[in-house]
Design a protein around this ligand. Structure first.
Ligand SMILES: [Fe+2]
Length: 235
C-alpha cells in the first residue's frame, strides 16, 4: 500500500524559530504637495537612502520605495515609502488650519505652544529615527544636505538641520567630536550618553496634527558603551 503523498515534503521545514528577528519594517511618509515630490526624494537620496522603485502615478506625482541601506538584507524591512499626501488628508489639514485660525490674529494659543516646544526639541513631536552604523556616514550625509541647501536656495529653504553632540565627559568621544566637521561647533547635547543625533526638519513632508513638517533623525552610538542614548533615556 502506498504511503499517503505529503504535498509539503519538498517545502522548507516550518519551525517555531523565526529566521530573522522582528524589526520595524517600513514607514510611510507623505510629501506635502505634488510639486514637492522630487525635492523630498532628493533629500532622502542625499541622506543616503537608495531608490528601490519609483512609480509614476496618474496625476503626475511619484510613489517612491526607498531602502534605508541598499546593502542590508532588504527582507521587507528598512523601507521608507514616500508618496503624495492624499487630497482628503490635505483637505483635513487645511480645515484644521482654518478652524484653529493658524496665521491669523485669532490663532488658537495651543498652536504657538506646540510650535515653540518643537522648535526647542526636534523630538517633541512625530519624528522618524534611523540608526546609522558609522559616524562618518552621518557626517557625509549631512555634508551633502548642507552643500545642496547652500547651492540651491529653493531646496535650502525647506530644510533645517539640528545637531546634538554626546554629553561631554567621555574623553575619546569628546575628542572625536571636536575633530568632526559636523559636530565641532555644536552646543546642543543629547539627553543620553555616548551617542550623537542629527536631525533634518523639512516642510517638504507632512505629519503630525497640523501637517506642518516631518523630522528625520539619524543616530550613531559609539561602540563599547552599553549605556548610550538608545539604551538608556536620561531626562
Ligand atoms: Fe528620537
Amino acid at each position: 500500500m502506498n504511503e499517503p503523498h505529503n504535498a509539503n515534503e519538498d517545502a522548507p521545514e516550518m519551525t517555531d524559530t523565526p529566521a530573522t528577528p522582528a524589526t520595524l519594517g517600513h514607514v510611510a511618509i507623505h510629501y506635502a504637495k505634488n510639486e514637492y515630490g522630487p525635492m523630498a526624494a532628493r533629500l532622502f537620496k542625499l541622506l543616503g537612502f537608495s531608490v528601490r522603485e519609483e512609480i509614476p502615478l496618474p496625476d503626475g506625482s511619484v510613489f517612491y520605495h526607498f531602502l534605508v541601506d541598499a546593502d542590508a538584507t532588504n527582507n521587507g524591512d528598512g523601507i521608507v515609502y514616500l508618496s503624495p499626501l492624499r487630497r482628503a488628508h490635505r483637505w483635513l489639514y487645511d480645515s484644521i488650519h482654518e478652524a484653529l485660525g493658524i496665521g491669523t490674529e485669532n490663532e488658537h494659543p495651543a498652536v504657538a505652544k506646540v510650535r515653540k516646544s518643537e522648535a526647542q526639541d526636534p523630538e517633541a513631536g512625530f519624528h522618524v529615527g534611523f540608526l546609522i552604523p558609522t559616524l562618518e556616514r552621518i557626517e557625509e550625509a549631512f555634508a551633502r544636505v548642507k552643500a545642496e541647501a547652500e547651492a540651491d536656495p529653493e531646496f535650502g529653504r525647506h530644510v533645517e538641520i539640528v545637531l546634538n553632540r554626546a554629553k561631554p565627559g567621555t574623553p575619546d568621544i569628546d575628542a572625536r567630536l571636536d575633530a568632526s566637521p559636523l559636530y565641532r561647533d555644536v552646543t546642543r547635547h543629547t539627553y543620553g550618553r555616548n551617542g550623537v543625533q542629527a536631525f533634518v526638519r523639512t516642510d517638504l513632508l507632512c505629519s503630525g496634527p497640523l501637517g506642518d513638517d516631518v523630522v528625520i533623525e539619524f543616530d550613531y552610538v559609539f561602540p563599547g558603551y552599553p549605556d548610550n542614548i538608545l539604551t538608556k533615556t536620561e531626562m
